[in-house]
Design a protein around this ligand. Structure first.
Ligand SMILES: [Zn+2]
Length: 240
């Protein structure tokens, strides 16, 4: 038995650390906070998402500012538990492997992207959580990360609101981050030296798409030509 296998066995039997998603005892705690079974389930969703890339668009359409959206899968089962552990239990070690699944599920959407922009938290919420999960996920996507947006208002979580109030809740909630230099992108900048052509918004969960749409409107008003959105999960019941 290798030293690592021995340590895994010892940690597992001494401390019985639970999987952050399904709570069964981890047999390989050195490999991360989530068990192999849970990652396998989420990974199967990522594969399915890659095969059906584009199907999620139906929810946007019409006059929406988001041109193309994708997610690993629905906000349910293992994926929901994994996101929950990242976001509410502060298990930041989950972000890199979860971001890798987003990169895989959203491979088509990420192609040709100039920058990824994490959906910002209100500074007060980010202080209380200690990090922005969207930032952590964005860093795993292999595209330059630019914090181009800031959140002006402390909004209620979209998940807790009735559907018809969600758009009102996020209206005017976002603006360009105040540093003009944040928007300069060197080689990929347009003639005015201002805006990236193709921007990918990143967040953990898309509920109605209202948050992403509000962010996309700000980016388009600032000159972004195309705004796409990649989330770890989407809420199925919010489908219109
Ligand atoms: Zn598990």
């Amino acid at each position: 038995m290798t030293w690592r296998a021995l340590t895994n066995r010892l940690l597992s039997s001494l401390f019985e650390p639970p999987c952050a998603a399904c709570k069964t005892v981890l047999s390989h705690p050195l490999d991360g906070a989530v068990c192999e079974t849970c990652w396998a389930a989420a990974s199967a969703m990522a594969t399915a998402a890659r095969l059906t890339s584009g199907a999620y668009n139906e929810r946007f359409g019409d006059e929406r500012a988001v041109d193309w959206a994708a997610a690993i899968g629905e906000y349910e089962g293992s994926l929901r538990e994994i996101i929950h552990a990242l976001k509410y239990e502060g298990r930041r070690s989950i972000a890199p492997p979860l971001g890798a699944l987003m990169r895989s599920a959203g491979a088509d959407l990420l192609r040709g992207a100039d920058v990824v922009v994490p959906v910002p938290l209100h500074p007060r919420r980010e202080r209380s959580r200690g990090f922005n999960q969207a930032d952590d996920l964005a860093r795993a996507l292999g595209v330059p990360v630019r914090p181009l947006l800031r959140r002006n208002r402390y909004t209620t979580s979209q998940i807790e609101l009735p559907k018809d109030e969600r758009h009102r809740n996020v209206h005017d909630a976002f603006a360009l981050a105040d540093k003009p230099s944040a928007f300069a992108l060197g080689a990929s900048a347009d003639k005015k030296g201002l805006s990236p052509h193709v921007v990918v918004l990143v967040d953990d969960v898309s509920t109605t798409g209202a948050t992403l749409d509000a962010c996309a409107s700000v980016l388009k008003a600032a000159g972004a030509k195309e705004v796409r959105a990649l989330t770890a999960a989407r809420v199925a019941s919010a489908r219109r």
